[in-house]
Design a protein around this ligand. Sequence first.
Ligand SMILES: Cc1cc2nc3c(=O)[nH]c(=O)nc-3n(C[C@H](O)[C@H](O)[C@H](O)COP(=O)(O)OP(=O)(O)OC[C@H]3O[C@@H](n4cnc5c(N)ncnc54)[C@H](O)[C@@H]3O)c2cc1C
Length: 369
Amino acid sequence: MSALFDCAVVGGGVMGCATALFLARGGMRVVLLERGPLCRQASGVNAGTLTMQMTRAALIPYALRAWEMWMRTPEWLDGGDVRARARPGLSVAFTEQEECLLTERARIRGAAGAPIELIGASRACEIEPGLNPAVRLAGHCPIDGFTSAYLTGRAFRGALLNAGVDLREGCAVDGIDPGFTVRTAVGPVAAKQVVLAGGVWLEPMAAWLGVRLPIKTLINQLVVTEPMHPVMASVLGVASGLLSLKQFENGSVLIGGGWQGMGDREHGPIAVRPESFLGNVRLAAHTIPALRAARVVRSWLGLEAETADALPAIGPVPGVPGAWTIGSVHSGYTSGPYFGRLLAQAVLGMAPELPLFPIDRLLSQAEAA
Ligand SMILES: Cc1cc2nc3c(=O)[nH]c(=O)nc-3n(C[C@H](O)[C@H](O)[C@H](O)COP(=O)(O)OP(=O)(O)OC[C@H]3O[C@@H](n4cnc5c(N)ncnc54)[C@H](O)[C@@H]3O)c2cc1C
């Protein structure tokens, strides 16, 4: 067997990449094992929205710190760039029900530190002139924004290599033996500690350690238009549907989230659901009327993980000293880099600057490992 690593990170999405990077910068000898290319699952196909309004209140302090990190990506990723842009964020309500939802959400998130104010239609249309004036109420957060998520893997790759991470892409892991010996198709890898960063595949990964960690899978569906003249200047969400909208600098508009695709990760294949596609596009065009003239070029799907209580799975694996998990939270891209930094602090033996989210609350030991 090859040399003993201080830590093996399994899964190279934003969570695994950030953890591996900060572990290596903290002085550890780290191997990162990813079965495909870096950040080509959720972390590369997501809508790239950096949002306080879709982040759960308990995670706002984390998201605020992560937002700062995203905006300064080239500084801490050795020039790696995801084209992060700060934009005003609007979460809009067109119905009375959405108004109630929005008011309550803004109150809870505001109390958690998110700079969200409720504004009326005229102020919302000043901030976003493309907005349908039928809007009744909006939550305004001046510090939302977006990245071009497909650049995430490329942005991390250079920094990981510079930090000395042994980066193994195209290297699927199929089990972990006690100790730890990580089994891969091209031979075992030995490490003193392991971090499981498998996104929606965290459940089968935890099972390698004899732990049952239930993870729900959402099948998110995105749509992108041809480049258009400027039709919007903000990052927009519709209060009820988690729909997100933004226009990139090349003019294309990304319509994200909303109604889901079909299939599931175990019994695949997954597919675009036509009614969801139409529903998402119609709602987008209702929100920004200029989108009625948009021409869609592509729709795609991605798998998003969520735990039973919708809070992340970040912390030690109970009963398995030296094993850790990270991930599985809705809107996890927004907070991903900061979560990775926090977990790295714990794995390095330091007190994390904000509390982790240990998984004891979620799991039961599997009867047979
Ligand atoms: C379509 C879509 C839109 C989204 N939009 C947003 C958004 O706008 N804003 C936001 O904040 N969040 C968004 N999210 C959520 C966000 O993308 C995720 O929360 C985040 O990227 C999860 O990162 P991760 O590293 O935990 O998981 P992933 O990125 O899925 O990484 C897990 C990695 O583990 C690897 N892996 C799995 N099994 C193995 C194995 N056996 N061996 C080796 N490697 C393995 C996978 O190949 C994968 O690369 C969206 C998600 C989706 C799917």
